[in-house]
Write a protein that binds this ligand. Structure first.
Ligand SMILES: Cc1ncc(COP(=O)(O)O)c(C=O)c1O
Length: 337
């Protein structure tokens, strides 16, 4: 065990496990020793491509402690595929799925003992950084890099556990540029930072829901849903926002539970007149109830503003699979220990 720090008491993502895995990228190919390493800082040239031209992307997935004490990763193959798509956006050769999977499995297996019980988990963070030493490479891709995986035992993403979140609807600025909306590139998060900090400071909300062009998409780090007793609505997929793996899981489970699932565009007017519940979905957020939204200074409450029963029902269906309390009929879980 890395640390005696309590993942439920420390901020999400601030405790790190002892082991990491690293592959190097050089001129189109990756090389990995097959050995985990102690978690340690990288030494990097100050002219490294990533430090100037933001050649970095990452993934976020989780290993869950199972009811029988073992540990299993949720939707490993889907996260590997999305990371491959993200890396390709940087015009860097894509690592084989087998290699990326091995890096994730080796790190998570070495750190599996750090996995806290549900609702905690072992957060898995694969990342790519461009290390080409060239400050004149604004218009060319990095030809060297590091592909690595670190782990962090985590508790709740939102302080206070399951509670109704508040959002501000941003109708002017998009979260990020449309051509990078569907990838997990570091710069996307920098772009969402200004509006999010301002909304927190001015309105005391938890997150911003981006809806530029009257098109409700997602928040800074989670997808958005409406739900009532019969219907589930979430934005149809296109390149403008991240194709959440939790979103796809919620869609699948909602259909199985008999909801009429509509993946389509959602205008702001429809959202503010919605009589049912709303929630966020994400690896970190899980399915998190939304109690209210602020639009142009006006607060609008969903239902009674509390955690909605349909949201909690769907959340339970998802977490039961993640912790091995319900049958894994979609083969979403990969046992590591
Ligand atoms: C911008 C953004 N949208 C949505 C999500 C949810 O994606 P997932 O469910 O795959 O974690 C995330 C988190 O990864 C995110 O950063």
């Amino acid at each position: 065990m890395t640390t005696t720090l309590d993942p439920f008491a420390e901020p999400f993502g601030t405790i790190f496990s002892d082991h990491m895995t690293v592959a190097t990228y050089e001129n189109g190919s990756y090389s990995y020793s097959g050995q985990t390493q102690p978690l340690q800082p990288f030494s990097m040239h100050p002219g490294s491509h990533v430090l100037h031209y933001a050649s970095t992307c990452f993934e976020g997935l989780k290993a869950h402690r199972q009811a029988d004490g073992s540990v299993a990763i949720f939707r490993l193959d889907d996260h590997v595929a999305r990371m491959q798509e993200s890396i390709a956006k940087f015009h860097v050769e894509t690592p084989d799925a087998t290699l990326l999977k091995q890096l994730i499995l080796d790190a998570a297996t070495a750190n599996a003992g750090d996995t806290p019980p549900n609702p905690g988990s072992l957060y898995i963070r694969p990342a790519f950084i461009g290390t080409l030493e060239n400050i004149g490479a604004a218009a060319s891709p990095t030809t060297s890099g590091l592909l690595y995986v670190v782990n962090s035992p985590v508790g709740d993403y939102f302080k206070g556990g399951i509670r109704p979140l508040s959002l501000l609807i941003e109708t002017q600025q998009p979260r990020t540029t449309p051509q990078f909306g569907a990838v997990k590139s570091g710069a996307n998060y920098a772009m969402a930072l200004g509006p999010t900090l301002k909304a927190k400071a001015d309105h005391g909300v938890d997150q911003v829901l981006f809806a530029a062009g009257d098109d409700v998409t997602e928040t800074g780090a989670a997808n958005f849903f409406l739900i009532d007793d019969t219907t589930v609505i979430t934005r149809e997929l296109d390149d403008s926002f991240l194709h959440g793996i939790t979103r796809q899981s919620a869609v699948t489970l909602a259909k199985e539970l008999g909801y009429d699932v509509q993946e389509r565009k959602l205008p702001v007017d429809e959202l503010i007149s919605w009589q049912g519940e709303a929630f966020l979905s994400g690896t970190a957020a899980v399915l998190a109830p939304v109690g209210s939204i602020v639009l142009e200074g006006q607060k609008i409450t969903f239902g009674d503003g509390q955690n909605g029963p349909n949201t909690l029902r769907l959340r339970e269906a998802l977490t039961n699979i993640q912790v091995g309390k319900a049958a894994d009929t979609h083969s979403w879980m990969t046992k590591i220990r």
